[in-house]
Design a protein around this ligand. Structure first.
Ligand code: ZN
Length: 295
């Protein structure tokens, strides 16, 4: 069965979030979440002037002092928000940017102009009528203030591959970049040096849709399988972005990924064949796959 032509089932049912059921590695935002968060924040805040920047917890802020951070940002005008792989960029109308690697629990919210910070809040940008808050419960994320597009101090930002959704990433280029990589195909897909934006959860979804087992060695993939993998990557990321666009910013921030087909669904039902979902844990990352659909 050629899964590339199979319809993509999307579960639009809102299930209540049960924290105990959510796998930690499923919480990491990947390109679809960050792209939609960036779109929504741009709609809300583009053109706004920062009246005051405040820092509640300096720990995740790297490469600049708290005073520099606050003073530099005051008066800056938001030009927009952009997702860059698994990073979120806040761009200003000069050459300054805030680069954020949210990791597991970095979250964005837009609240009223006032309000007191909570223990998980890192910084706040206050505008005339509202504020952007960046929070990080586990404080694993990293925040950088950068000027002149100098990203040398931003950890894991340079030397990455093209975006998984870049129009310049053609099938031909994807195949060429893939030929340079060794090892299991899921590990390659998750490697930001190959393409940027795919993490543990979406890699499982892409491989199910492509009909390829996650543990297959890259060297064993046929040209037809590589083509299926490429189109599956594009379909999955694009269609899940469409689902996320229908949700509000707080709903996306909850990371309630009830639309995923297979990742985090151990012993659940594969939506493509009705078979049982398998799970293997390696290096604290869970991998889910279907033994019927994936070869
Ligand atoms: Zn299946």
């Amino acid at each position: 069965m050629n899964h590339y032509f199979a319809p993509l089932p999307l579960n639009h049912t809102r299930m209540s979030l049960q924290l105990n059921d959510v796998l930690e590695d499923s919480l990491l935002p990947e390109l679809p979440e960050l792209k939609v968060i960036a779109e929504k924040l741009s709609t809300l805040l583009k053109g706004e002037t920062i009246i005051q920047a405040s820092v509640n917890n300096p720990l995740p802020i790297h490469g600049t002092t708290v005073d520099e951070f606050k003073e530099t940002l005051q008066g800056k005008i938001i030009d927009g928000f952009e997702a860059d792989g698994k990073f979120l960029l806040i761009k200003f109308r000069d050459d300054f940017e805030i680069i954020i690697n949210p990791m597991l629990t970095g979250r964005f919210s837009v609240r009223g102009a006032g309000g007191r910070p909570s223990a998980s809040d890192i910084f706040r940008l206050r505008f005339k009528t509202n504020s952007l808050w960046y929070s990080d419960r586990k404080k694993m994320g990293r925040v950088y203030l950068v000027s002149g597009h100098d990203y040398t101090d931003v950890a894991e930002f340079t030397n990455r591959g093209p975006s998984a959704l870049s129009p310049d990433l053609t099938l031909k280029e994807f195949s060429r970049l893939l030929q340079r990589r060794r090892g299991e195909i899921k590990n390659i897909l998750r490697n930001q040096r190959f393409v940027k934006g795919i993490g543990n959860a979406y890699a499982d979804e892409i491989l199910l849709y492509a009909g390829i087992l996650p543990f297959r060695k890259r060297s064993t993939l046929t040209p037809e399988e590589i083509e299926r993998l490429f189109h599956s990557m594009r379909s999955i990321l694009t269609k899940f972005m469409d689902v996320l666009r229908e949700r509000t910013l707080p709903e996306i921030t909850l990371e309630n990924r009830d639309f995923l087909m297979i990742h985090g669904k151990k012993d659940g039902v594969c939506p493509l064949c009705g078979g049982r979902v398998s799970e293997i844990t390696a290096n604290r990352f869970k991998t889910n796959f279907c033994q019927t659909c994936q070869k």
